[in-house]
Ligand binder design. Structure first.
Ligand SMILES: Cc1cc2nc3c(=O)[nH]c(=O)nc-3n(C[C@H](O)[C@H](O)[C@H](O)COP(=O)(O)OP(=O)(O)OC[C@H]3O[C@@H](n4cnc5c(N)ncnc54)[C@H](O)[C@@H]3O)c2cc1C
Ligand SMILES: *[C@@H]1O[C@H](CO)[C@@H](O)[C@H](O)[C@H]1NC(C)=O
Ligand SMILES: *[C@@H]1O[C@H](CO)[C@@H](O)[C@H](O)[C@H]1NC(C)=O
Ligand SMILES: *[C@@H]1O[C@H](CO)[C@@H](O)[C@H](O)[C@H]1NC(C)=O
Length: 584
């Protein structure tokens, strides 16, 4: 009974968590820490943990404020044959893209390289330095009556970082939802020979062939200093969320993307529900001043975060699937009732459709704001407090395979109905449209991107509830359906052999060889991902639990805890860590 009471109270807390938006908050921690002013540093990502949980070191960090300073920095490091990596204000990528090898690496931060260089209303173009955040681009463009048509949903990304990893929003219209499709010109600083002073600025215009390499580069070609984007006149959108059963999702998934310009779908497989975002451009005289302030990106009380995390940890350790399912239904209903953070006028939600200007609807990130040192509220994943800690599996599957993939996931749910309540706690599977790209490392065909977030234990050796089912979904997407992992998310196994999925990989590598022949901007991780050096798998005890490997032996799972390496239930070629009850 007392336990029941606590649980009830926690549920109420969770409701609060989802509804409260506190103004006083702590901005995310700066990802670079140095023992003396700018030397002997470590760098991490915004979650405070890379997939292998290693700590990345760099000998030094520099903060160029102009392109000239940038050239000087790259020239100096090139003469010293020093490894370099570009670091951004928040460092949002999950994989170890930002780590320079060895102990002597140099981090080049774009924190102060964030000016808007030029906005031209007549040509509808905007030039920014690469450290400018998405929020800045959206805000500045809007002031001139312009808009970036498609973008990721999160304000905190920088232009350099989101291009490097191929970040996108959701659309099958026009050139699609990836920001790099709207790059008109890009300036990149690369190493050079002595005759050119060891560094040079390369200007890649729209028709320059190397732009196909540079617009999605994983950061291995050099430092992008400036980017010119093609914008559109600002417009209004009309958004409605429609909650429906997922029984015909496999058929709807494709047609829906053709029906609505900004369509996306959030899928809750265990609840057998899908939420369709009906989202289109409307005439700019349509009335409404709607705002999107996504609930999951708001500042959240650290007390509440700790309680929610504790509850989830308890449910995990007691294998309480029913508890997770109850909780996920509550989370989903709270989110849908709250219109996911949409309001008709900036303060209250009355009804759909929500109509408003694109710049107020396309992205959000309220938790980025805040007072330093007021440890009251934070972004929900802030590693300084006990809060969300998760894996993210984000894979795009060619449209022709989407139907079969969805059906396979539904078969898994038929076998294990409660298996996906855990990821529904993190707002289900976000499904977004992306189009084939001319970028060498961009999408190979029109695709649907499946974004799955789920519990990660603080202990790397602890398996999670329905570990096997989520691993099977991951392997279905990657191997049976040949999906492409998002460069800035995912666990190591997603990148094993990934480069073979890119038809123009060699063309990319030729540009890399030309721009940075010594590989100063490359690291062990990028060499592995690009197929230049071994694989990305780390094979050791328990490695499959963290996605560092695909299990091939029981020891890669957690045999002492009853988890053994077994074939998948729907996809026989999958190898997943399955809880075998006779060993309980
Ligand atoms: C809350 C949240 C929401 C997200 N939402 C989306 C989304 O809606 N859609 C989506 O596609 N992704 C999304 N992402 C993932 C995100 O797109 C990637 O993680 C993104 O690359 C991170 O950008 P960043 O500016 O933090 O770059 P970082 O992670 O710091 O850097 C990424 C890579 O780019 C390189 N790099 C950065 N700047 C430069 C430069 N100037 N020149 C050369 N190389 C450079 C770095 O060296 C590194 O290799 C989200 C991430 C978070 C945390
Ligand atoms: C570098 O920093 C670490 C702590 O992060 C410290 O232990 C070490 O002594 C420092 N080394 C130097 C040379 O300052
Ligand atoms: C650029 O970044 C600095 C440091 O984060 C910040 O203080 C400044 O406001 C930013 N400039 C713009 C135009 O956003
Ligand atoms: C919006 O303007 C168009 C002409 O530009 C007009 O035809 C239409 O009726 C207007 N709609 C509203 C809702 O005022």
């Amino acid at each position: 009974m007392p336990e029941l009471m606590t649980r009830k109270r926690l549920f109420r807390w969770e409701c609060l968590f989802l509804l409260i938006c506190v103004v006083d908050s702590t901005p995310p921690e700066y990802p670079i820490k140095c023992s003396s002013k700018r030397s002997n540093c470590t760098i991490t990502n915004s979650y405070g943990a890379f997939p292998d949980r290693s700590v990345c070191r760099a000998a030094e960090v520099v903060y160029p404020t102009t392109e000239e300073e940038l050239v000087a920095v790259v020239a100096q490091a090139t003469t010293e044959k020093r490894k370099m990596k570009v670091a951004t204000r928040y460092s949002h990528s999950i994989p170890k893209l930002v780590c320079p090898d060895g102990q002597d690496g140099l981090l080049i931060s774009t924190k102060y390289l964030n000016r808007t260089v030029k906005i031209d209303a007549s040509t509808m173009t905007m030039s920014v330095e690469s450290g400018a955040t998405l929020r800045q681009v959206i805000d500045e463009a809007a002031k001139t009556g312009l808009a970036l048509p498609y973008a990721p949903y999160w304000w905190g990304l920088t232009v350099g970082g989101l291009l490097a990893t191929g970040a996108h929003g959701s659309s099958l219209w026009g050139k699609g939802s990836s920001v790099h499709e709207y790059v008109l010109e890009l300036r990149i600083v690369t190493p050079a020979g002595p005759k050119e002073g060891y560094a040079k600025v390369r200007t890649l215009g729209n028709s320059h062939p190397d732009l196909r390499a540079a617009k999605v580069s994983l950061g291995v070609l050099g430092v992008i200093s400036q980017v010119t984007l093609r914008l559109q006149p600002i417009f209004k959108r009309s958004i409605s969320y429609l909650v429906a059963s997922d029984t015909d999702l496999e058929d709807q998934a494709i047609s829906f993307g053709n029906q609505h310009e900004f369509a996306d779908i959030t899928w809750y497989p265990s609840q057998r529900k899908a939420v369709y975002r009906i989202d289109d451009r409307v005439s700019s005289n349509a009335s409404g001043n709607g705002l999107y302030n996504f609930i999951g990106f708001r500042s959240t009380s650290s007390l509440v975060l700790a309680m929610i995390r504790s509850l989830e940890e308890t449910e995990e350790s007691t294998s309480n699937a029913d508890g997770k399912c109850r909780n996920s239904r509550l989370t989903t209903s709270t989110l849908t009732t709250g219109a996911f953070g949409l309001t008709n006028d900036g303060t209250t939600f009355k009804d759909y459709p929500v109509v408003g200007y694109h710049n107020r609807l396309q992205a959000s990130g309220a938790c980025l704001d805040g007072l330093e040192d007021a440890r009251i509220t934070v972004c929900p994943w802030d590693p300084r407090v006990k809060g969300q800690f998760f894996h993210q599996t984000t894979i795009s599957i060619g449209l022709s395979n989407v139907k079969n993939f969805i059906q396979d996931v539904q078969k898994l749910i038929e076998l294990e109905p409660k298996a996906m309540c855990g990821l529904e706690l993190y707002n289900g599977i976000l499904m977004r449209y992306v189009k084939a790209s001319s970028a060498y490392l961009g999408k190979q065909e029109d695709a649907m991107d499946f974004d799955i977030t789920y519990y990660r234990s603080t202990d790397p050796m602890t398996p999670r509830l329905y570990e096997d089912i989520i691993e099977e979904v991951e392997q279905l997407a990657l191997f049976k359906y040949g999906g492409l992992p998002h460069w800035g998310k995912n666990r190591n196994l997603a990148f094993d052999g990934v480069i073979r999925k890119y038809e123009n990989a060699r063309a990319f590598l030729r540009v890399k060889e030309l721009y940075d022949p010594l590989g100063l901007f490359s690291s062990e991780w990028t060499d592995q991902v690009l197929g230049l050096k071994g694989g990305v798998s780390i094979v050791k005890e328990g490695c499959a639990l963290e996605g560092l490997c695909i299990c091939s032996q029981d020891i890669h799972c957690a045999p002492k805890k009853g988890y053994f390496c077994r074939p998948g239930k729907v996809y026989n070629d999958a190898r997943v860590c399955t809880r075998v009850s006779s060993h309980k």
